[in-house]
Design a protein around this ligand. Structure first.
Ligand SMILES: C[S@@+](CC[C@H](N)C(=O)[O-])C[C@H]1O[C@@H](n2cnc3c(N)ncnc32)[C@H](O)[C@@H]1O
Length: 227
């Protein structure tokens, strides 16, 4: 963990997309590379994210439903609700301790987001989502270059996954496919993963009818096409 992230635990908050989020040892410290998930959803919503950037055609419906799986501090879900006011946003996490921090952040920042305790989407009973975003654990503890000591302050539940770090991401791709199977509309899955994992994820998703639209650094934008 870099020195600035250690400092975040000490001071108890971390900046994400220009807002301060409460953090504790129960949650991952929000990382700058994750902000690109917000940028990509804003593009789909017809909003530009850089000064002077031309907005693209809006692809989402008027009141899109967005799920953030593995919400942690709630940084992605809350930011999306504050940036795309007309969206309905639900954050899900398997950790009840993380959800407590997420709810505290939502209240502090005035964002109306529902938070649900769930292993991936297993407990999700709502409407079919238009967009699913996720920064799930994707670190493989066998990576030769891994500096475990640098990550030792953060919860293992927030970091590590089996099967080369891809077990949870693959699980989510399967659940997204199931959720979307009876809906003919275009749907989006926006995932963070290490670039060394991207080709495996793209292959896995493509084999399940979810295609790769673009890559933005650590972020993959996948799409189930309109039928
Ligand atoms: C890498 S952290 C990301 C947190 C936050 N979204 C962010 O970007 O800073 C991953 C989160 O996924 C949660 N998580 C781990 N396994 C999960 C599972 N099976 N289902 C749902 N959430 C899970 C962890 O508790 C943790 O909060």
């Amino acid at each position: 963990m870099s020195e600035s992230l250690v400092k975040a635990y000490k001071r108890g908050y971390q900046d994400f997309y220009g807002r301060d989020f409460v953090v504790s040892p129960d949650v991952l410290i929000p990382r700058p590379e994750t902000e690109a998930i917000v940028d990509e959803v804003k593009l789909l919503a017809g909003q530009s994210y850089l000064p002077g950037m031309k907005a693209q055609k809006q692809k989402l419906s008027e009141n899109p439903l967005i799920l953030d799986v593995g919400t942690g501090s709630g940084c992605i879900a809350i930011t999306l609700k504050l940036e795309i006011k007309e969206a309905e946003v639900v954050g899900l996490d398997v950790s009840s301790k993380a959800l407590r921090i997420a709810r505290e952040n939502a209240e502090k920042l005035g964002a109306s987001v529902d938070f649900v305790g769930s292993d991936l989407l297993c407990n999700y009973r709502g409407k079919v989502p238009d967009v699913i975003v996720a920064n799930l654990p994707y670190v493989d503890e066998n990576w030769e270059w891994l500096d475990k000591e640098a990550l030792s302050k953060e919860p293992e539940l927030a970091l590590y996954a089996t099967n080369g770090g891809l077990d949870l991401i693959f699980g989510l791709i399967n659940q997204a496919k199931m959720l979307w199977q009876n809906d003919s509309g275009e749907k989006w899955l926006i995932l963070e993963a290490d670039p060394c994992q991207h080709q495996r994820i793209i292959k896995y998703a493509t084999e399940r009818g979810i295609s790769h639209l673009k890559t933005n650094d650590f972020i993959l934008v996948l799409c189930k096409p309109q039928e």
